[in-house]
Write a protein that binds this ligand. Structure first.
Ligand code: NAP
Length: 444
């Protein structure tokens, strides 16, 4: 016997089931381009919030995880741990990974758009920026993209020939990538032993003679792009002294860091920390980390026309009333810093992914991640190369919400999309050696 209450419940369930079936009679076919934190963030959010959506992820490299694998330092395994979450997503039945496919050249974006209800671009913004000064083609000069790719085992940068046989390194830039590079050169090599550092870089760093690293920025301490935590990872290193010319802590800087402007709190804490740790000598010091301010790279010098001998810097002045965003003026005066290795860490740029996608100020023009209905973007390719993982995660949540808000209309517009089955003929015709998740795991 079935009671009246149970009958009502069963009727409600049947109704719910019918409406779900009606709503999702065609399962959404969603394609994500790029397998870094933005791509996996969008995939996780869509799979969690939609009961039948299929997510296919295309990646140009045979290796997944984008910047997590290629960019995050080997000694930041706590950050790299998010890969375990991505691995759990990758084996879900409604998810597929297709590596070694370059969307754009091998597989045109328009073809993907025709095959899927929604395409989400999560391609990052890792185009290198060069200093653009004379001498940049000499030996032992690298961009952060090359140097970070080298120590992280990125297949594109394994032929980078880093010579760490000299004593002195100049790193240009005051951002967190500059600090990552400095730490890799200053930290005792045995501390990288149980990490995923490239064996080539590990063996080279074991032989390193480097004992002085300059971190050179064009503005002052209140304008440093790095964060206190990353700075402390170097300042706290045993045997390393952090040197700073204390003249940069002007009365204006001192006054600024003591006011209680909450918006500037991070910057104030960074400068206070720097004042505390700068120039503390002790007898066990074997390496120096010197932060230089108000220096813009002017030209690179050489003694033999082949290898770097040093860098000439213009000396700058900060002017104007705004102590946080001052005007920077350069004198003609030059300062030469001798060095054996130069790494420029001056950020990355955002290449236009497709001529039909509008950009403004290096960022995609979008509305909550929606470039147009059916085409979305998340992470650095959308907002430019700034921000930490938490920012990327917020961007992915926002974009996936836009996709799911639009999905019913997109299905109505294109009821017969077959996702991967629709692009397979192109991949076969071009003889593309697709790396599935299973194959990637074998490679790994
Ligand atoms: P960034 O934070 O934008 O720093 C770039 C640095 O290069 C700035 O100091 C900038 O100076 C300088 N610069 C730019 N153009 C220059 C030029 N022509 N000459 C001299 N200096 C120049 O870039 P990033 O270090 O590549 O980092 C990218 C993003 O990743 C950041 O948001 C960063 O926080 C994040 N990240 C985080 C971590 C972490 O959390 N552990 C690690 C790595 C990266 P100005 O300020 O004067 O422009």
């Amino acid at each position: 016997m079935v009671g009246a209450g149970t009958k009502v419940l069963l009727r409600c369930c049947a109704h719910l089931q019918r409406s779900l079936i009606r709503r999702y009679s065609t399962d959404p076919q969603i394609c994500i381009v790029g397998s870094g934190p933005a791509g996996f963030g969008v995939a996780q959010s869509i799979l969690k919030h939609h009961p039948t959506a299929r997510v296919d992820m295309f990646e140009q490299s045979p290796v997944p995880y984008g910047l997590i694998r290629r960019g995050v330092s080997p000694d930041h395994q706590d950050v790299k741990n998010c890969i375990h979450g991505y691995e759990r997503t990758a084996v879900l039945p409604r998810f597929s990974f297709y590596g070694n496919i370059e969307v754009g050249s091998a597989l045109p974006l328009v073809e993907l758009q025709a095959a899927y209800h929604a395409v989400v671009l999560c391609t990052g913004a890792q185009e290198e920026r060069k200093l653009g000064i004379p001498g940049e083609n000499l030996r032992n000069i690298f961009t952060s993209l090359q140097f970070v790719g080298w120590y992280n085992g990125d297949t594109n940068h394994q032929d980078v020939d880093v010579d760490v046989g000299g004593r002195t390194v100049v790193i240009v830039g005051h951002g967190n990538v500059a600090l990552d590079c400095a730490r890799m050169l200053l930290k005792p090599t045995h501390m990288f032993k149980d990490t995923d550092i490239s064996p080539v870089a590990y063996n080279k760093l074991m032989e390193s003679k480097i004992n002085k690293v300059y971190l050179v920025g064009r503005r002052g301490p209140l304008q440093m792009a790095c964060t206190r935590k990353e700075l402390s990872e170097i300042a706290d290193l045993e045997g390393v002294v952090t040197k700073v010319d204390t003249d940069v802590f002007t009365p204006a800087v001192n006054q600024a860091i003591n006011n209680k402007d909450l918006k500037r709190r991070k910057q104030h804490r960074l400068v206070k920390y720097l004042m505390k740790v700068a120039n503390i000598e002790n007898k066990h010091i074997s390496k120096e980390f010197e932060i230089k301010y108000l220096r813009s790279p002017h030209s690179i010098t050489t003694n033999d026309d082949v290898t770097i001998a040093g860098v000439n810097f213009n000396i700058n002045k900060l002017e104007g009333d705004n102590v946080y965003e001052p005007l920077v003026t350069s004198s003609r005066e030059l300062e030469h810093i001798s060095c054996d290795l130069l790494i420029s860490c001056i950020g990355y740029t955002n290449k236009q992914f497709d001529p039909n996608i509008p950009y403004k100020g290096g960022k995609m023009v979008h509305d909550n991640g929606r470039i147009q209905p059916g085409l979305y973007a998340s992470g650095w390719c959308r907002d430019g190369p700034l921000g930490v993982l938490a920012d990327t995660s917020n961007s992915s949540t926002q974009t996936s919400t836009s996709v799911l808000n639009d999905i019913d209309d997109l299905i109505t517009d294109k009821p017969s999309c077959r996702g991967y089955n629709d692009v397979l003929p192109t991949l076969e015709e071009k003889n593309i050696d697709v790396i599935t998740w299973h194959r990637w795991q074998t490679i790994d």
